[in-house]
Unconditional design. Structure first.
Length: 112
C-alpha cells in the first residue's frame, strides 16, 4: 500500500508529522509526557532573546527518551515512522492523520 501512496496523502503525512512532532516537543498540553525525561527552563541569551534550556534526566532508557525529546529531528523521525505505520497498517487511523495535517497547516499559516 505504501508504494502506491498519492501525492495528497504524502503531503498530508508530512503536515501531520510536523504537527505531531511539535505537539510532542513543545506544546504545553503534552508537558506531562516530557516531564519524566527532561526539564525545560527558559533563559535569556546574550542578545536578550529567550531560549529554552533542556536538561536530560535519568540514565538508561529514560536518558535515551530524554535525548530523543530534546532533539527536534529525532522526534520528527519517530513521529514520521509512527504516522506512516498507522497509515499503512491501520486504514481507520486516517481521520487522525487528517486532523493532524489540518492542524499542522494552520500552525504553519499562523507563522506567516
Amino acid at each position: 500500500m505504501l508504494h502506491e501512496i498519492s501525492w495528497l496523502h504524502f503531503v498530508m503525512l508530512v503536515l501531520a508529522s510536523y504537527r505531531l512532532t511539535h505537539l510532542i516537543m513543545y506544546d504545553q498540553i503534552t508537558a506531562f509526557l516530557r516531564d519524566p525525561f527532561v526539564t525545560i527552563t527558559l533563559e535569556e541569551d546574550e542578545s536578550g532573546k529567550v531560549v529554552p534550556n533542556v536538561e536530560i534526566k535519568g540514565t538508561g532508557w529514560r536518558y535515551w527518551v530524554g535525548v530523543m525529546l530534546s532533539c527536534h529531528w529525532c522526534t520528527g523521525i519517530w513521529s514520521s515512522l509512527a504516522l506512516v505505520a498507522l497509515y499503512g497498517l491501520l486504514p481507520g487511523s486516517f481521520p487522525l492523520i487528517v486532523i493532524l495535517a489540518v492542524a499542522g497547516t494552520a500552525g504553519i499559516l499562523s507563522k506567516w
